[in-house]
Design a protein around this ligand. Structure first.
Ligand code: M6R
Length: 609
């Protein structure tokens, strides 16, 4: 976790670094800080809490100079506090360092450094690195960082400045994301592209195990052993404005409303209703491999894992390949049973989730093919996977994932139909129906957004509830899980999702007078069974909001309120059903006065295991 920005050049360093950090706050916002070399000294300012606290501090004590580094923190080692905020400094105040990641051997290093006289000010793992720099410093910052790299274990993006070298920044990347922005007479380093987009579109994406030396006029890249590395410039084509709020009060609401476009962009050029086929040329998995595939393991975390649960149903129903869906942090350590013909699908919006990357690496090391479904083209997942499907959702800024989920579903549906067609598991008419339904998904999402006022009214009424339950059967249960996660994540209301038929095996005890239950009834085949379960909660006094397809007037006889959603193919229904659930979470969070885009204790991209 954490966001890093570094700058060397003629601009006001505070504006560049703090402005860049503002674009990275999604990576953590427990504290922030900046260090700049000003008049031969390192000036430091840091503050616990939001970036605005740091800005207020900088108003009182401005910082100048032409080289600076900054950091926004998501706490791992040590509570959020001024002392634990980055940048960290050595005893002599000669160096300042920012870090994203975890130094795994920090305790033994700390003992060693204390024994040789270093005094520590924070509880962080990071501080050992800056003392180690001081300890190993030989007058050459670059060479010192090579030596430091050999002593530390773990994941890190490190950026260091020294008052002895006021004309350079040294950056090191091992397993934590880092990019370099190339300017004219100025250069930038950051955890992610939005931090530098205002100034440059020419980027070096740092690979795992690379380091760089930045001056105003040059950027040189090396391996961690100091061997020169030739880099290609990646030209950013996406629009900086698309990463802004665009008139909505919160990024989350903007991103919910962007879903029709995001789905359309993800399907574009990949569904051919006229030909009745799916085109996934970029996939790069040949027909023989698809036919030989005997199982699929989907690995992911959080919302992406929920997308995987829907994907499982789609792939099993259409392509008849058995699918396991695994939580990435569990999968890696579970010694999973795989055959040589197992395909691992890693789903990750950011492409930087440490748990998912670790699972991918583990399975790649075992010789398995790994396909990444990701929203970030240059991400670690995209670069490390054998095959990639990009979701074209555009940058997702709100911590609560919305358009990433629906575009992941779109990608998984495409994959399911493609596999089904290659393996001859789907007839011509069924394929045609499915492809037409897929092609219509952007319009479905558009129509679902019209339910917003009704959801808003419901959320106002139930925003003070202590608990909420989400129920559904089959693929509706998979989407219930996502509804419950969204509500918990941003409204802080306790929420549980249940396979509707499972309630009577225990959870029914929690249903009392007035408890809100959201019942998803989008599967005609399972409809009557679902209604029986709704009757069970109604009998215990629950207030039930039902979701069903337009034209199904029957549900209104059982539930208290109905949201009608456009009818689509039942397998695709989660894409429609999830949108009211996202809106419910959003409006409940707003009604409770929560910080919707930056919920407590969470960060957008979880780059620690
Ligand atoms: O970037 P990823 O898709 O790998 O992220 C995985 C989860 O951390 C993420 O989906 C998280 O659960 C969301 N905040 C949920 O809204």
């Amino acid at each position: 976790m954490c966001g890093i920005v570094g700058y060397i050049g003629p601009r006001n360093v505070k504006d560049v670094v703090v402005g860049g950090l503002a674009k990275l706050e999604y990576r953590g916002y427990d504290s922030s800080g900046i260090a700049a070399i000003d008049d031969g000294r390192i000036e430091l300012a840091k503050s616990v809490g939001r970036l605005s606290n740091l800005e207020a501090r900088l108003e009182e004590h401005p910082i100048g100079g032409h080289v600076a580094i900054g950091h926004t923190r998501w706490a791992t080692h040590g509570k959020p506090s001024d002392e634990n905020a980055h940048p960290h400094q050595d005893c002599s105040g000669r160096f300042a360092l920012v870090h994203n990641g975890i130094v795994e051997n920090y305790l033994s290093l700390r003992e060693e450094l204390i024994a040789s006289g270093h005094e520590f000010r924070s509880e962080t793992d990071t501080e050992v690195v800056v003392h180690l720099i001081e300890e190993l410093y030989n007058g050459d910052l670059f060479q010192t960082m090579i030596a430091v790299g050999k002593r530390i274990r773990g994941a890190y993006a490190l950026v260091v400045i020294s008052k002895d070298h006021p004309d350079q920044i040294v950056a090191v990347r091992k397993a934590s994301p880092m990019i370099i922005g190339l300017g004219d007479g100025e250069n930038f380093v950051a955890s992610d592209i939005p931090a530098v987009l205002q100034y440059t579109r020419d980027i070096y994406v740092m690979e795992d195990g690379e380091m760089a030396v930045l001056t105003r006029d040059s950027v040189e890249c090396f391996t961690l052993d100091g061997e020169p590395v030739a880099k290609e410039v990646y030209k950013v084509t996406w629009d900086a404005v698309s990463a802004e709020r665009g008139g909505y009060p919160h990024f989350m609401l903007k991103e919910i409303h962007e879903q029709p476009k995001a789905i359309r962009d993800t399907l574009r050029g990949r569904v051919n209703p006229d030909l009745g086929s799916v085109t996934l040329d970029e996939l790069g998995i040949d027909a023989e491999t698809v036919k030989a595939m005997d199982r699929i393991h989907i690995v992911a975390c959080g919302t992406s894992w929920h997308a995987g649960l829907v994907g499982k149903v789609a792939i099993e129903q259409l392509a008849r390949i058995p699918v396991n869906v695994e939580i990435a942090s569990e999968y890696r350590y579970s010694n999973p049973i795989a055959t040589p013909n197992t395909l691992v699908i890693a789903i990750t919006q950011s492409g930087e989730t440490a748990d998912t990357l670790a699972a991918m690496r583990e399975m790649k090391a075992r010789g398995l093919r790994v396909l990444a479904i990701t929203n970030v083209v240059g991400s670690s997942a995209a670069r490390e996977a054998d095959n990639v499907i990009v979701t074209w959702a555009g940058p997702e800024i709100a911590v609560a994932s919305t358009k990433a989920y629906t575009t992941q579903l779109a990608a998984l549906y495409l994959l399911a139909v493609h596999f089904a067609q290659v393996r001859g598991e789907i007839g011509e008419q069924a394929a045609h129906d499915m492809i037409n339904a897929l092609d219509n998904l952007p319009q479905v999402a558009e129509a679902v957004l019209d339910t917003a006022p009704q959801i808003h009214a419901f959320a106002q009424k139930y925003a003070e509830s202590k608990d909420t339950f989400f129920i559904g059967r089959g693929i509706d249960y998979a989407v219930s899980l996502e509804g419950a996660l969204k509500l918990k994540e941003i409204s802080y209301i306790h929420a549980e999702a249940y396979a509707a038929g499972e309630l009577k095996h225990g959870t029914l005890a929690l249903i009392t007078e007035g408890v809100p239950v959201v019942a998803i009834a989008m599967q005609p085949d399972l409809y009557e069974k679902t209604v029986s379960n709704i009757v069970e909660v109604k009998a215990r006094g629950a207030f039930v909001l039902g979701l069903t397809w337009v034209g199904n007037e029957d549900l209104a006889k059982t539930v208290d309120e109905v949201i009608y959603l456009p009818k689509t193919h039942p397998t695709l229904a989660p894409l429609a059903a999830v949108i009211p659930l996202q809106l419910l979470a959003y409006y409940a969070a707003v009604a409770r006065g929560n910080d919707v885009d930056k919920p407590r204790n969470l960060a957008k991209s979880v780059t620690v295991e």
